[in-house]
Design a binder for this molecule. Structure first.
Ligand code: ATP
Length: 597
């Protein structure tokens, strides 16, 4: 409640209206049995007791008129109850929906700002479950289970007060069952809550498995992993069913206990009440009111049993949502960070150390300076730390020690957004969003004009093939751009990078997996993209990096050789050995290709 309070406060008016309607509903429940009592005591058996009708207006009526008035009162009370129930339900539903909408929007915004280190540890399916179904559970339970429970609890308290006022002895007998009920309900609710939480976790795991499999359906089908994934999904599904059956069983058990306890209390009250009525201590109508109150007042106890599972599930959902809100982004704007001015493009790493996990250093004492417009190629064995190095430049992570500087200033002194906006990136497998080609390119710079989009596409060698698509720039891309070839996808991604007109460009193996023709076209586009910009190219193909201004040979998190291709070849070190090996392999392959089968 404390954490959701700021959201609830924005709907104060609606909650107040719903609250007022709730109190009216409780009052109408309190009034409900009284017309019947009056009919009993003053119309049906007026001589059975010596009571006088206290209200002067009713006292002077004939019994026929009194009967008519009381019959009308029954209808009026029911109408009041129906109306107040309607207002409270609708008011609360709208207010709760608005609260959930706001919480969900904030949760989504929060999620998008969490650091990559968080996403490496979390399954996307689980996150999606939290933002969709956990939110819905919370909303529907607030309206359908928590609201009735509040009404019932208020009813219980007010009826107990009236019961003590009518006859304290009978009230005490009726209340006798309360401790018994509390003990059994606390015990069972605890177990229900535990199982519900487990079930929620399991549902999340199912969503995660499904999301993972659907996201990589090509690999799943190619490796024939369907059976194995079905088993993982099926196990969770079965166990979730068992959990669900267990909560239902526990909840039904609690409901039955409540019913029996209420029946015992009713029997005692009837037995003792009848004696009191016979002795003239109360009227039959009083006993009627009492028994009706007893039944109504203990409704919450039965409801609590019925709703315990739902409420426990909602509490588990609420906890999962709050857990997410509690995650603090590892990379945040520093206090006093300023928006960076347009970069010139000078980059420096000063004694940078970095680790994903505390026990394994990935970058160690990395230092270099790159002047504006210089073209740097990062080469070396797989796992050496090349991609990690460039992700520090984008502030996807912060170094453990040392500084990453752009234009002579630590990038942590700039706001994250202003740094990322001025760096373009093309990855090995470019992601296209489920939007039009035009929108996909414009994602690079959201305020780009039509003309700029087309210019970027032309620069990226993409304009011609885009024009041949069924709807040109308005063609809708499917998820992951599956309708385009690898080279075409890559060229749209280059257009997206180009539209930023960034002074710093990162290319992470952008031509891997492309055939010669596509590679040529993509390389041409990349050359235009990087013209005049500080460029970092990660590549395993040493032919691609040969003409770069400088090459950094990175191994085990350190830059162990740096210089031009000619410098490094003269050094006859790791780079030279790798280059010779690659050249030999290529000429071998060419010879094999030329040989007859
Ligand atoms: P490649 O050429 O294969 O792309 P690379 O030189 O770019 O490799 P990185 O991707 O930077 O290397 O990885 C460097 C090391 O960091 C590897 O040993 C890798 O296992 C580890 N690593 C990368 N990402 C993570 C992560 N999110 N969590 C933990 N370790 C990681």
């Amino acid at each position: 409640m404390r954490q959701f309070w700021p959201y609830i406060k924005t709907q104060q008016g609606l909650f107040a209206l719903a609250g007022f309607a709730l109190i009216t509903k409780v009052l109408s429940r309190l009034i409900a049995p009284w017309p019947l009592k009056l009919i009993f005591d003053f119309v049906l058996v007026p001589d059975a007791h010596n009571a006088e009708l206290d209200w002067p207006l009713l006292r002077d009526m004939s019994s026929q008129t009194l009967l008519l008035v009381l019959a009308f009162a029954i209808v009026a009370t029911a109408a009041l109850r129906a109306m107040s129930a309607y207002v409270s339900l609708v008011g609360l539903s709208i207010a709760a929906s608005r609260v959930v909408t706001e919480v969900r929007a904030d949760l989504y915004a929060h999620l998008q700002r969490l650091s990559l280190s968080f996403y490496h540890k979390t399954k996307s399916g689980d996150l999606i479950t939290r933002i969709t179904s956990d939110m819905d559970t919370l909303r529907s339970t607030t309206v359908n289970a928590a609201l009735p429970l509040v009404v019932d609890t208020l009813t219980l308290i007010s009826m107990v007060v009236v019961m003590f006022w009518i006859d304290w002895e009978l009230a005490l007998i009726a209340m006798g069952i309360l401790p018994l009920f509390l003990i059994s309900s606390i015990k069972l609710t605890k177990r229900i809550k535990k199982v519900s939480r487990q079930q929620r976790k399991r549902e999340s795991a199912m969503a995660a498995t499904a999301a993972e499999a659907i996201g990589a359906i090509k690999v799943v089908q190619a490796l024939s992993l369907e059976g194995r994934l079905e088993k993982i999904f099926g196990d969770d599904n079965r166990q979730s069913l068992e959990d669900s059956a267990q909560t239902q069983q526990l909840s039904a058990g609690l409901q039955r206990t409540a019913e029996i306890l209420v029946a015992i209390a009713t029997a005692f009250v009837l037995w003792r009440g009848a004696l009191i009525v016979q002795q003239g201590g109360a009227t039959p109508g009083d006993l009627l009111v009492f028994i009706t109150y007893l039944k109504t007042a203990f409704k919450p106890t039965r409801d609590l049993a019925k709703e315990a599972a739902k409420i426990s599930k909602a509490i588990a959902s609420g906890e999962r949502i709050l857990d997410l809100f509690d995650v603090v982004p590892a990379v945040q704007n520093n206090h006093g960070a300023i928006a960076a001015l347009p970069f010139k493009g000078e980059v420096a790493f000063n004694n940078v150390y970095f680790a994903y996990e505390s026990n394994r250093m990935i970058l160690e004492d990395v230092s270099f300076e790159v002047s504006a417009g210089e073209r740097i190629a990062l080469v070396g064995p797989s796992g050496g730390g090349k991609s990690t190095l460039v992700s520090l430049l984008l502030r996807l992570y912060d170094p453990l020690l040392g500084q990453v500087c752009i234009d002579g200033k630590d990038i942590r002194d700039y706001t994250i957004e202003s740094v990322r906006q001025q760096v373009s990136i093309v990855l090995q497998e470019s992601v296209l969003f489920g939007a039009t080609v035009r929108e996909n390119i414009a994602y690079g710079a959201l305020n780009a004009t039509e003309k700029e989009i087309e210019q970027a596409a032309k620069l990226a060698n993409a304009h011609d093939f885009i024009m041949q698509l069924p709807h040109g720039y308005d063609t809708l891309m499917s998820e992951r751009g599956a309708t385009l070839s690898g080279g075409q996808r890559q060229r749209i991604a280059i257009a997206r990078a180009a539209i930023r007109k960034a002074r710093i460009v990162i290319l992470d193996e952008p031509t891997v997996g492309l055939d010669n023709k596509s590679e040529k076209s993509v390389n041409e586009a990349l050359r235009r993209l990087t013209e005049g910009s500080t460029t970092f190219l990660i590549t395993h193909d040493l032919r691609a990096s040969k003409n770069f201004d400088r090459l950094f040979y990175i191994e085990k998190g350190r830059i162990i050789e740096s210089g031009t291709h000619t410098d490094l070849m003269h050094q006859s070190g790791h780079y030279a050995a790798l280059y010779q090996l690659q050249t030999a392999m290529i000429s071998d392959r060419l010879k094999q290709a030329a040989a007859p089968i």
